[in-house]
Write a new protein. Structure first.
Length: 138
């Protein structure tokens, strides 16, 4: 099984998606409390966590927020919970929880479905810089 440090949340993302990679870099920039670690869906760690949680990635192929021992969230709920952890004015994003999850996920799914067409796709997963390597699970 995988070794996850205590008090960390794991963001599992599509490692070949340009939008997803750029979003990961924004999360890292705003992660002032050093809360998040990352694993690409395509990585060994990402696959181990997905298998452990019994998630069907044919239905959820873009983002999973896993808080070990607590829960996991997907799609728009995962994104909103991540932004809430940033602190500061990011708490305003919690306003979107007033909308039903079904509506939020409809919009999320529309963007996710078109993400390669709109933002492009890499041949391989991003290789983190030496400065960021400790933010990614192996």
């Amino acid at each position: 099984m995988f070794d996850i440090p205590k008090n960390k949340k794991i963001v599992i993302f599509d490692g070949v998606c340009n939008l997803c990679n750029n979003s990961v870099l924004k999360v890292i920039k705003n992660d002032k409390k050093n809360t998040f670690l990352f694993a690409a869906l395509q990585s060994k760690s990402g696959q181990e966590i997905i298998n452990y949680l019994k998630i069907d990635i044919s239905k959820i192929d873009s983002i999973i927020l896993y808080e070990p021992g607590v829960c996991y969230d997907i799609k728009s709920t995962a994104v909103l919970k991540m932004m809430n952890d940033f602190g500061g004015l990011w708490f305003l994003t919690q306003f979107f929880f007033i909308f039903p999850e079904r509506l939020r996920n409809f919009i999320y799914d529309y963007i996710a479905k078109n993400r390669y067409k709109w933002f492009g796709k890499k041949e391989k997963c991003m290789i983190p810089s030496p400065k960021l390597i400790n933010k990614f699970l192996k």
